[in-house]
Design a protein around this ligand. Structure first.
Ligand code: PRT
Ligand code: ZN
Length: 210
């Protein structure tokens, strides 16, 4: 039997639920915070703990057969992978937000404006679809402080409760994409019997939760 590799987030918002779903599939493994790789003792599987940003590429290149990561990260990376299953956690929405006092009411009014984001690829596609030329300012984090510092007129970032927008004096303006954690596989991995077995187990776990 082939030993599969699955890449999951090492720490962060998706780590706990990713570990939980694998455990609920009946997989036994040690989950030490310090280890980067863990061997499942009762299934031919190794778990790789990675930064979420690295997961799409690992799976695309076949270094990992499977991965659990947010759709936003996969689309931003432009990774060519197979979507196997939505997992129902890590739900969020990528939104454009503007300062509370902003007078922008239509997408066309973003023309020529500076928009700060960590998702330049997704934002660029969205703006093109809406025939808007804006100045995309890519920053890696704390995007919400951009408008307050005069760095940008708007932002495009992940929103979940909306609390972060609010506390930075911003309001949601338009929805760019919805996202949740998904199970992805390398192209062709879905043909492997071990992958099918794991997928069936994940489906039963998800069904039991309904
Ligand atoms: O270290 P590593 O690179 O692995 O992790 P990371 O820091 O890049 O990602 P992490 O752990 O923050 O998020 C992992 C994934 O969780 C994201 O890629 C999304 O798919 C998903 N997710 C779900 C979220 C959120 N909800 C979320 N609220 N990712 C980020 N946020 C941030 C957002 O960026 C903003 O700053 O939370 C803030 C907004 O939250 P609210 O509740 O105030 O609206
Ligand atoms: Zn990340």
């Amino acid at each position: 039997m082939k030993t599969l590799k699955i890449a999951i987030q090492k720490s962060g918002r998706l780590n706990e639920k990713s570990v939980e779903i694998l455990k609920n599939c009946g997989l036994s493994f040690e989950n030490y915070k310090s280890s980067l790789i863990s061997t499942v003792t009762n299934f031919p599987l190794e778990i790789l703990f990675l930064r979420d940003d690295d997961i799409p590429e690992y799976v695309q290149d076949g270094i990992a057969d499977l991965g659990i990561v947010g759709e936003n990260v996969i689309v931003e990376a432009g990774a060519e992978v197979t979507y196997l299953q939505k997992l129902g956690f890590g739900k969020c929405t990528l939104k454009i937000a503007i300062p509370n006092e902003s007078r922008i009411t239509e997408i066309a009014q973003l023309e020529g404006k500076a928009i700060a984001t960590s998702y330049p690829v997704i934002l660029d596609k969205y703006l093109k679809e809406n025939h808007v030329n804006a100045d995309i300012r890519t920053i890696s984090g704390s995007v919400e402080i951009g408008p307050g510092l005069g760095l940008s007129d708007a932002i495009c970032d992940i929103v979940s409760t909306g609390g972060t927008l609010k506390s930075n004096g911003l309001k949601p303006f338009s929805e760019v994409m919805k996202s949740e954690a998904v199970l992805i596989g390398s192209k062709g991995s879905e043909l492997l019997p071990e992958v099918q077995e794991l997928l069936q187990r994940i489906l039963s776990v998800l069904r039991a939760k309904e």
